[in-house]
Design a protein around this ligand. Sequence first.
Ligand code: HAM
Length: 431
Amino acid sequence: MIKAITGTKDILPNEIPKWKFLEKIVEQVFQSFNYKEIRTPIFEETILFARGIGEETDIVSKEMYTFIDRSQTSLTLKPEMTASVVRSFIEHSLASKQSLLKLYYISPMFRQERPQAGRLRQFHQFGAEAIGSTSTLLDVEMIQMSYHILRNLGLKDLTVKINSLGTPKAREEYKKQLKKYLEDKKGRLSEESRKRIDKNILRIFDSKIESDQIVMNNAPLLIDFIDEESKQDFEAVKEILNQIRIPFEVDPKLVRGLDYYTKTTFEIISGKVGAQSALCGGGRYDLLVEHLEGKPTPGVGFAAGIERILLACENENSFKLPEEKIDLYIVKIENNISAEAAGLTSKVFDIATTLRRKNLSVEFDYLNRSVKSQMREANKLNAKFVLIVGGEEYKSGYYNLKNMKTGEQQLIPFDKLDSILIQNSKVKGQK
Ligand code: HAM
């Protein structure tokens, strides 16, 4: 049997309502903050991510889906959106049209990580990028939007963690100090962390291995090395967060896994999803645009993992969706005389067509089932009404309409049918 690739998942019809519900909330929140949607291609030239995210990061060095196409170009399925959005921003000179761009996206991403609960190889993110301003209000806006979305989904067990990574210059100085600190402790570090000393020293803070954590507990902290401007901005971010009453924790060990960050970074953690607990993450990237050969332009953004959020929603039982219903199921009373049966089928099809044109949701039987199993199907589909077509009444131009909630049946002429259905559709707030 051919199966889906490890780490990818079909989103089956019964799961779609949850996704739609989440996407609706996401779009509402982004629209209320005046963000406009952007869609970029699924793949890009590999160099975009290598340069944008950083050669030594886990994403670029271990996790990208990279392939050479028939014209010998190295392409990569996007592992994140920020580099793509910035590429598009530069390529289309979007800054010339508007000095601050507020963009959002919902898109699949690809990383070849070891699959586990909340970690996939094709996963989906929603996120936002604001390009063109250094205002700390935008740093806060990112935290605010992601927090609003998660709260609107009914999530409660959330921790907002923030940190400042300062400027690359301050970070370089700090890295030297950290290296010095680790000099005589190398033997106590795991092999993976030892390798990171020269390649990506900050990520040693992310190690889940106890012996690494013990060493890192007493390590010097970046926050004590950052420059004055970054410090002031960080204070401002904290103050505004307090002002709008978003609870947060300062986590000096929050380093994030992408190289483009400067100043503010943040993550929102769920206490209900196990090891892969970061529901979203983001921060400022004031040097990325120029790093990708655009005019120096500051930016800030975040992205959130949809599968992980839905897992948290399930574990917190955070929202209930209304039951799906259809407006009408048409039951055909089959007849032995096949000419008449064919006439009935064509009548049922006509009725369905007329009502579907009016945006009512209508279903009927395609499998020549008995009246009894058609009724069973109507129940399974949560039909609000059942229309019985056939028999004596039908010949006189009247149909038997059954209200499935009250059990009440009435004989009605065809021209009354749509108004009854439409009225009931509206009453239930379905259309
Ligand atoms: P990131 O932290 O790499 O940041 O990913 C953001 C979120 O995507 C994570 O918090 C997680 O919920 C989800 N995620 C990441 N990898 C996986 C995976 N393998 N399976 C399931 N979910 C996953 C970024 O991607 C940055 N582009 C965020 C950003 C935007 N920073 C500034 N602007």
